[in-house]
Design a protein. Structure first.
Length: 266
């Protein structure tokens, strides 16, 4: 049995090695302190001093009115369809764009402009993109589909490209050694490695889009979001409660279905 003195000490990092981490976390703390007043964090105490108002509001929400349940379910189903089509078209866009943004697949003269384009598309909020399509095609679900397609396509392109950049080079080099064309390297060396991760990203974005499509109802993009905001503006809290319950149930079912699909495919 060896003595305690024989156990080597844990390696110690020098101050120079720790400096980047200290600067990073120090910077985060400084930013939090700077933002304390602008975001009115001092109002946190009002959550308790004005709790009576919250209780009154909560009491109204505890009395849902399901008189229009069929309408709510129909509009929620329309919202899910908007999210489904938006996510599907986004994946179609994200696959070629993601490959074009990957440093280990595309040359710099393609990769850099594509990354700038994806950053631009991700920066524009869904509501702004949806408003643009509303002007073009008029109010309705199609504008919501296109708004989700543009934003989600840019987000997935970034995630897809990062997955491609982290692949093992061995399979790609093996395909290249057979004399295959660059396209074959992508199809047989890259896609099989990233397909499970791409699937997971797409399913997650579908879940997220099911909620985002609800918000798009604010600008007239169809779905249950329009009913939700009409209930809020009309102070119809009983109807609002029923709508929220329908949304919660739908999102929960979508999450469960997504987990089942992941377990089957990944």
């Amino acid at each position: 049995m060896s003595a305690a003195s024989d156990i080597p000490q844990a390696p110690q990092r020098s101050l120079v090695q720790r400096a980047p981490d200290m600067l990073l976390w120090g910077g985060v703390i400084v930013l939090l302190l700077i933002g304390f007043k602008p975001v009115e964090m001092s109002h946190f105490a009002k959550l308790f001093t004005n709790s009576e108002n919250m209780r009154e509001y909560g009491k109204e929400l505890l009395k849902p009115d399901f008189g229009n349940l069929r309408l709510y379910i129909a509009q929620m189903w329309l919202t899910v369809q908007i999210a489904l089509w938006g996510t599907f078209l986004a994946v179609v866009i994200a696959i070629p764009f993601g490959l074009a943004c990957a440093r280990n697949v595309s040359p710099p003269w393609i990769q850099q402009p594509m990354r700038l384009l994806m950053n631009l598309l991700r920066s524009v909020p869904d509501l702004v993109v949806g408003t643009l399509f509303l002007v073009a095609v008029g109010p309705g679900p199609f504008a919501g589909v296109m708004a989700l397609t543009i934003n989600t396509g840019a987000v997935l392109a970034k995630l897809f490209s990062e997955a491609v950049e982290s692949i093992d080079k061995g399979p790609v080099e093996g395909v290249r050694a057979t004399g295959a064309a660059p396209l074959h390297e992508v199809v047989w060396g890259v896609i099989p490695q990233v397909a499970p991760l791409w699937t997971s990203y797409a399913l997650y974005r579908f879940e997220s889009n099911s909620r985002s499509a609800t918000v798009l109802g604010l600008i007239g993009a169809g779905g249950i979001g329009q009913l939700l905001f009409d209930a809020i503006n009309g102070f119809a809290y009983h109807s609002l409660s029923a709508i929220v319950i329908v949304i919660i149930v739908a999102v929960t079912l979508i999450d469960f279905l997504s987990q089942v699909i992941r377990s089957r495919l990944l």
